[in-house]
Design a protein around this ligand. Structure first.
Ligand SMILES: Nc1ncnc2c1ncn2[C@@H]1O[C@H](COP(=O)(O)OP(=O)(O)OP(=O)(O)O)[C@@H](O)[C@H]1O
Length: 335
């Protein structure tokens, strides 16, 4: 698979009372063209910060302190997104990389009809497109999310939560992007609507071949959709790989804990166990593996002190990488 976006050693800090909070700590991951990638992790693990970092949208007091985001164009040209002037980078937003962010339900302007949202999005990129062309395209993308064109004449408050989310997905498609990054796309919705939206996104992926990245705490909702999964803990990716490998043979104790904590319809809920302890304070200057305080596999001095070793990802197969020091014999992962 060809790479579409390569995130290299991305670190993002928030300047807060008490110091610098590392929300993303040296994150490296490649998003491949045409795949569906899921990034999972509990609240506060850094998923939204990572999503904002890709398009340099981190708001103060946050700041990208290190790293690169490389975008591969269709003719394999490498573009270093974080080095682009702001206006140029904004041209990539929507037309190459579209985002549907967590607070999406409130992302629509209450005083504008849906048709105006489509017009404004396109006009922000080009004032040469005719209005009727935009509306024709809007009707086409609304069909992908099974909404009738009459929705264009509605104001946001006239739509249900699920319809608003579908409008936002349609809006993200208006400029034919190569990738959509969806941060908690279904969080505020009821379970049935959640599944419906995931089905629609899967269909859109199949029809258009568009790359999708889901960032969510809800493993159950993405498990049947994603090809590959990355697990985030305390600002770091602790494991990534093909979804079947990671789910069937999780290598990192955090991934195991996370999977153990999910109830299913079929099993005994008392069998489910929460991970003991709490996530660490991200203001700390870590010398140990960040999970070591909660880890059943903690290897004593091997997991402590040697930051260089505990901050690497090790390749345990060509389909799975882990940050756990127990695999330090394996080769370093460069994917
Ligand atoms: N504007 C901000 N100011 C200070 N700290 C922030 C800010 N935004 C995020 N953080 C901190 O950065 C860390 C990562 O937050 P982030 O929102 O990226 O996590 P998340 O995994 O997306 O969780 P959630 O799904 O709850 O948003 C958290 O410790 C959070 O408190």
């Amino acid at each position: 698979m060809k790479p579409l976006i390569e995130i290299k050693n991305l670190s993002i800090e928030f300047e807060v009372k008490g110091g610098k909070l590392k929300a993303c700590d040296n994150v490296s991951i490649t998003i491949n063209r045409g795949e569906i990638l899921g990034v999972i992790g509990e609240s506060g693990s850094g998923k939204s910060t990572l999503a904002s970092g890709i398009l340099d949208l981190v708001q103060a007091p946050g700041k990208i302190s290190n790293g690169e985001v490389i975008y591969y164009t269709e003719d394999d040209k490498k573009v270093s997104l974080l080095d682009l002037p702001k206006e140029e980078l904004m041209q990539y937003r929507w037309s190459e990389i579209a985002t549907v962010f967590q607070a999406a339900q409130n992302a629509l302007n209450p005083v504008l009809k849906i048709r105006e949202h489509f017009l404004e999005t396109v006009y922000a990129h080009s004032d040469k497109v005719k209005e009727d062309e935009i509306i024709k395209k809007a009707e086409e993308v609304l069909k992908y999310v099974r909404l009738d064109k009459s929705v264009l004449e509605y104001y946001p408050h006239q739509l249900s939560g699920g319809m608003k989310q579908r409008v936002l997905i349609a809006l993200s498609l208006i400029l034919d992007p190569k990738i959509i990054i969806l941060d908690e796309p279904t969080t505020a919705l009821d379970v049935i609507t959640q599944w419906y939206i995931m089905e629609l996104l899967k269909e859109i992926h199949q029809k258009l071949g568009i790359t999708l990245v889901f960032l969510t705490h809800d493993i159950s909702i993405i498990s049947e959709v994603v090809d590959r999964i990355a697990v985030m803990y305390a600002g770091e990716i602790v494991e990534c790989g093909d979804v079947a490998n990671v789910f069937n043979e999780p290598s990192h104790p955090y991934t195991k804990g996370l999977l153990n904590a999910i109830p299913t319809l079929h099993d005994d809920i008392t069998e489910r166990k929460a991970i003991p302890g709490n996530p660490p304070n991200l203001l700390e200057n870590f010398k140990n593996c960040k999970f070591s305080a909660r880890c059943y596999r903690f290897l004593g001095k091997e997991c402590s002190g040697d930051k260089e070793k505990t901050e690497k990802l090790y390749e345990i197969s060509n389909k799975q990488c882990t940050r756990c020091y127990a695999y330090a014999e394996e080769v370093e992962c460069t994917k």
